[in-house]
Design a protein around this ligand. Structure first.
Ligand SMILES: [Zn+2]
Ligand SMILES: [Zn+2]
Length: 242
């Protein structure tokens, strides 16, 4: 373990961190392989099977951190909301229209596939062709069904953010959390880099608060409380609208 050179919050964490032998970056002691460079950081030489087990354990540990842990949230340093960026995504009307169109088209496709499957099943044709066609239709039904469900989720989420000012939600897969203001949908994101490892950070939500989480180490985490980001967003958007 290395010197204590951090503020009070970090000192507590140092006990469970270790430094990579190869790239010198700091990471969680539960991991055997460095998440930055992939180097093995075991105390002794590992056999093939030990390595395999260690890799699986690392994977499990990383997955267990996929959502913000209460303990990490509690220890997160509070930072100012001006580390957030705000970007217009789309007019609200367009987002709603697009969502309805997607729901309608996947519902129509679903019905058509069921009809085709039914017709083919009752046709007097080669058994193998029949089986093959029905299985193909079944697969497409599954795809359309999941598209339909995810689009319904998007529609309900849009309704929710529309009903409340600054109600943040993760709706779109490729974007940060979004919210509604006036007639538009906005995305919040961040340009902040991690204090500990200089990696980029991204925005996540937990219990109405915003967290900036390091892309490489989920324990590197800062917090912006709801009161702070609402004030900041109101300010920023009212200036832009004038
Ligand atoms: Zn490393
Ligand atoms: Zn970091």
């Amino acid at each position: 373990m290395h010197e204590i050179e951090y503020n009070n919050m970090r000192i507590k964490k140092v006990g469970v961190m270790k430094v990579c032998k190869k790239c010198q970056k700091e990471f969680n002691d539960n991991l055997t392989f460095c998440p930055f460079c992939g180097a093995e950081n075991a105390d002794k030489k590992l056999t093939y099977f030990e390595k395999k087990t260690a890799k699986e354990q690392d994977k499990e540990f990383i997955i267990s951190k996929a959502s913000i842990q209460d303990e990490d949230a509690k220890n997160a340093k509070e930072i100012s909301a001006d580390n957030l960026t705000v970007k217009l995504v789309t007019p609200l009307k367009k987002a709603k229209l697009l969502s309805i169109l997607k729901i309608a088209s996947s519902a129509i496709a679903l019905v058509m596939l069921l009809v085709i499957g039914f017709l083919v099943a009752n046709m007097d044709i080669n058994k193998n062709i029949k089986l093959f066609t029905i299985m193909g239709a079944f697969l497409l039904v599954a795809v359309c069904g999941s598209l339909l469900i995810s689009e319904i989720y998007v529609m309900l989420a849009i309704k929710k953010i529309e009903s409340e000012d600054f109600s943040l939600r993760k709706i779109y897969y490729m974007l940060g959390p979004v919210f509604c203001y006036g007639n538009n949908v906005y995305e919040i994101n961040t340009n902040m880099q991690c204090d500990d490892c200089n990696e980029k950070m991204h925005v996540e939500l937990k219990d109405d608060d915003v967290y900036l989480v390091c892309n490489k180490n989920r324990e590197h985490i800062c917090k912006i409380t709801k009161d702070n980001y609402i004030l900041y967003l109101k300010d920023k958007l009212s200036i832009n609208n004038n």
